[in-house]
Design a binder for this molecule. Structure first.
Ligand SMILES: *[C@@H]1O[C@H](CO)[C@@H](O)[C@H](O)[C@H]1NC(C)=O
Ligand SMILES: *[C@@H]1O[C@H](CO)[C@@H](O)[C@H](O)[C@H]1NC(C)=O
Ligand SMILES: *[C@@H]1O[C@H](CO)[C@@H](O)[C@H](O)[C@H]1NC(C)=O
Ligand SMILES: *[C@@H]1O[C@H](CO)[C@@H](O)[C@H](O)[C@H]1NC(C)=O
Ligand SMILES: *[C@@H]1O[C@H](CO)[C@@H](O)[C@H](O)[C@H]1NC(C)=O
Ligand SMILES: *[C@@H]1O[C@H](CO)[C@@H](O)[C@H](O)[C@H]1NC(C)=O
Ligand SMILES: *[C@@H]1O[C@H](CO)[C@@H](O)[C@H](O)[C@H]1NC(C)=O
Ligand SMILES: *[C@@H]1O[C@H](CO)[C@@H](O)[C@H](O)[C@H]1NC(C)=O
Ligand SMILES: *[C@@H]1O[C@H](CO)[C@@H](O)[C@H](O)[C@H]1NC(C)=O
Length: 459
């Protein structure tokens, strides 16, 4: 009996080893219970059941990084079509398509391969290619679930219409698409938005050459590089940890947060190093049109100078969504309008903004003045394409103020409002100097008195 058991264990071990390869060949299906393991054993692919569910899914997880024995799933093949039994199998067909128990679960290449192989790579990408070629005919990186890994493109291939976005799981037990989507949206100037069903929940803002302008992250010095690519063929964001020891993943979780995790070897856990939105001011359009949100003051919403709350009753109840309206309407025809400079955290909503690459600040201003619907202009790094001009022809939405504002925006105002702002600010300056003079004289007087006292005592 014992002997039989040892034999069985031995058999199982041999069986296990014989299957722990990174490659799937046609007519050698991967059965439920077997796994593919990438060359350096970093990732594994196989069948799993999430949380308390009994449903079976094909997924990819970190082979060795399993905090408290839990798999961290980074990709799910059949998130919409689970299997009910543990009798499933993943097949690579002769023509180079993948099926799970003979069912197609994702769009597959329409080209017919003659000698296909499927391989799990060490970056977590599962690819299909001709055996004699290194070019991928299909890759799992093109069909992300809720996780962005190093080397994955987040965004668009404009030639094929492929839109790679992240969609939250429905629950811990159910990887089917939940309500939150992080996507690269191309209207106006490309920006990354977090959607809750069809409502924009938060905006990471356009890429400013270093980071997404709205997330307030500073340039990192941990070796992690990231890039934004925008040309006629592609618009995508990607980060890269190759050449570092960092293990990093970003997800959109079930509560609608974008979170980045880094593996901490010492404790064997995932550290949440970044999350978004992290404050009320990062919720989309918290203060409405022409309102500015500042998390460091109370109340957090203010109107831009030259504007007043559209609904004072609502604002009094700290509901600022209706935003602000002008004190004085613009006077475009008479050409008396001017501009007020504001310095804020990031660009206002750019989905309806118009980019003019390669023109100067003066030309930008002239372009704005020419168009009666223009409300503002700015000079900025346009999605990594270099410095350029942007004009807005709509209300200004989703503006934030922080302790390190860096983005100048020139807001169009009627002459009367500009005049009252400049007189107010010079009055403010005047009263500031008065205060300084009084403080200075008082201090001088105290010193004088002390000096005389000291003389008296000595004398
Ligand atoms: C697997 O088992 C389930 C029931 O557990 C059954 O409905 C299904 O047809 C089986 N599939 C295959 C490929 O045998
Ligand atoms: C490839 O083979 C599978 C399974 O035989 C089939 O369902 C699919 O239609 C084929 N695809 C093409 C492009 O021929
Ligand atoms: C790969 O093999 C196919 C035939 O199986 C052949 O037509 C093709 O030219 C080969 N490609 C390369 C790059 O060797
Ligand atoms: C990632 O960075 C490494 C080292 O800097 C580089 O060799 C590699 O090409 C980069 N990968 C991508 C996909 O950009
Ligand atoms: C996310 O991508 C999927 C697949 O390309 C697409 O159907 C869906 O509309 C996208 N959602 C958003 C919000 O971009
Ligand atoms: C503009 O973007 C480039 C990278 O595309 C960056 O090197 C540069 O520092 C950015 N300039 C400003 C003013 O942010
Ligand atoms: C434009 O100027 C004329 C003449 O000064 C004035 O009557 C008119 O009200 C101005 N228009 C606006 C919209 O202010
Ligand atoms: C902007 O100017 C730069 C350098 O002068 C040039 O390389 C680039 O092609 C120009 N871009 C556009 C859109 O004209
Ligand atoms: C102002 O810009 C908007 C948006 O591009 C455009 O529809 C409108 O025709 C422009 N108006 C003028 C007078 O150029």
């Amino acid at each position: 009996m014992v002997q039989l058991l040892t034999q069985l264990v031995l058999l199982l071990v041999i069986f296990h080893y014989s299957i722990a390869t990174d490659t799937l060949n046609p007519n050698q299906p991967l059965q439920d219970g077997q796994i593919l393991v990438s060359a350096k054993e970093f990732f594994a692919l196989g069948f799993f059941s999430p949380g308390g569910s009994k449903n079976r899914y094909v997924g990819i997880w970190y082979n060795k990084l399993q905090p408290a024995g839990q798999k961290t799933i980074v990709w799910v093949a059949n998130r919409r079509s689970p299997l009910s039994g543990t009798n499933g199998s993943l097949e690579l067909n002769d023509n180079g398509t993948l099926t799970i128990s003979s069912m197609m679960f994702l769009p597959m290449p329409s080209v017919i391969l003659s000698n296909p192989v499927a391989q799990l790579l060490d970056d977590g990408n599962f690819v299909i290619r001709e055996a004699n070629s290194s070019e991928f005919a299909w890759q799992s990186f093109d069909y992300p679930t809720d996780t962005l890994l190093s080397g994955m493109k987040f965004g668009w291939d404009l030639r094929t219409g492929l839109n790679r976005n992240l969609t939250s799981w429905r629950s811990n037990d159910d990887p089917s698409p939940g309500r939150y989507v992080l996507s690269m949206d191309l209207e106006g100037i490309p920006q990354v938005n977090l959607w809750s069903d069809s409502t924009k929940k938060a905006r990471m803002g356009p890429w400013n050459g270093i980071t997404f302008s709205n997330i307030g992250a500073t340039k990192s010095n941990n070796g992690l590089s990231s890039a934004f690519v925008s040309n006629k063929d592609e618009v995508y964001y990607m980060y890269n940890t190759t050449g570092t020891t960092i293990v990093c993943r970003s997800i959109v979780d079930q509560s609608g947060m974008e979170k980045s995790f880094v593996w901490i070897e010492r404790s064997g856990t995932w550290n949440n190093v970044l999350y978004f939105p992290k404050s009320q001011c990062e919720e989309y359009s918290e203060c409405g049109p022409f309102g500015v949100c500042n998390i460091d003051v109370w109340p957090i919403c203010r109107c831009l100078q030259g504007f007043k709350p559209k609904s004072p009753q609502e604002w009094a109840l700290r509901d600022a969504l209706s935003g602000c309206e002008r004190l004085t309407t613009l006077d475009c025809k008479n050409k008396t309008d001017g501009f007020m400079t504001i310095t804020i955290t990031a660009l206002p909503e750019t989905s309806k903004a118009i980019p003019y690459p390669n023109i100067s600040l003066n030309e930008c201003r002239a372009n704005c003045l020419k168009n009666c619907s223009c409300t503002a202009y700015a000079i900025t790094n346009i999605s990594g394409a270099g410095m350029g001009c942007i004009i807005w022809v709509t209300e200004l939405i989703d503006m934030q103020m922080s302790s390190h504002p860096t983005q100048d925006v020139f807001v169009r105002l009627a002459a009367a409002d500009l005049a009252s702002i400049s007189s107010k600010s010079s009055k403010k300056n005047r009263s500031k100097s008065m205060v300084l003079i009084i403080v200075f004289s008082t201090v001088a007087l105290i010193f004088l008195m002390l000096f005389f006292c000291w003389r008296r005592r000595r004398g």
